[in-house]
Each structure stands twice: as C-alpha cells, then as structure tokens.
Ligand binder design. Structure first.
Ligand code: FES
Ligand code: FES
Length: 169
C-alpha cells in the first residue's frame, strides 16, 4: 500500500464570493457546496432537503445559473460568484420576486422558497415576458409540498409584469 493521505493533503482552500461577500474556506474535496455554505460560511438561505438533486431547496445561482448546491462540490465553486435568496434582497429582480411571493401568498412553510426564488430569478434575468409555461419549466426542478404551485407561478408572472411596467415608466 502507498502512503496515507495526510489531513493537510485532504483539504483544499477555496475562495469565492457569496452574496457579494468574499469568502475563503478550507474544505474536504468531498464537501458539498450546500454544506460549505451553511456550515462554514453561515449562509443559511439555501435549505437542505433531499440532498440528492430532487427537491431544489438548496438551489443557488452560481455565476448566474441555477445550481442545486447539493449536487456540486464546494471545490468546484472556487472563484465563482454565488447568489442565494439572502443576497437577492439587494437586487431589483429579487426584490420584485420577494414582494410578489408575499402578495400572492406563494409560500407557506417557506422551505422551498429560497430555491424557488433562485430559479425564478434566473428566468426573469433572461426573459422579462415569460409565459405560464416558461415559469413552470423554470421551476420544474423545485418541489413544494404546501402551495400547489399556482400561487408561486402567479407570483413570478406578477414580478415579471411589475418589471416590464417599471421599464415603461
Ligand atoms: S437538497 Fe439539493 S436538490 Fe434537494
Ligand atoms: S411553501 Fe412549504 S414546501 Fe413550499
């Protein structure tokens, strides 16, 4: 047998930006991004649900694209810019989505909401006039046990509509 892996070799330092804050943490090569976010960076907006890519509760934006952070290793996030539902409070689309979620009662327990917001934000960044089908497609990786989805879809459509009106003014 060869030599054993020392603890120093078994960790990697990564630097990334999360919700506009630079972060440097030391992780195992096997640490999932969701675990590094929650346990090491104190970023608790993304939730841990299934931890197997099915529920979307852990979704975040990595360089603008929705990623299920339980399906990505923390080391793969080196150098990236991550935005979570927490950071979306600081951008216009995120604010519109959060207001619309409140207005349309698009959350009950709220467990799925951070992931829903991440997926919806990616959609609205690329498509300011989505159809209901576009919204359903964008949210297809996010499960909600409470709302039956309709209020969430209406909220995303409303946020898009508010965004278009603000551009017209
Ligand atoms: S916790 Fe990541 S998809 Fe469910
Ligand atoms: S609001 Fe409870 S899981 Fe969606």
């Amino acid at each position: 047998m060869g030599g054993s892996i020392t603890s120093a070799e078994d960790t990697v330092e990564i630097s990334l930006t999360v919700d506009s804050r630079p972060q440097t943490v030391t992780v195992s090569p096997r640490t999932l991004l969701i675990r590094a976010l929650r346990n090491q960076m104190n970023v608790t907006a993304p939730h841990i649900g299934c931890e197997s890519g099915r529920c979307g509760a852990c979704s975040v934006l990595v360089n603008g694209q929705t990623v299920k952070s339980c399906m990505m290793l923390a080391v793969q996030a080196e150098g990236t810019e991550i935005v979570t539902a927490q950071g979306m409070e600081e951008d216009t689309i995120g604010q519109r989505l959060q207001s619309a979620f409140k207005k349309f009662h698009a959350l009950q327990c709220g467990f799925c909401t951070p992931g829903m917001l991440a997926s919806a934000r990616e959609l609205l960044r690329h498509n300011d006039h989505p159809t209901e089908d576009d919204v359903r497609q964008a949210l297809r990786g996010n499960l909600c046990r409470c709302t039956g989805y309709q209020h969430i879809i209406e909220a995303v459509l409303d946020a898009a509509s508010v965004g278009r009106k603000s551009h017209e003014n």
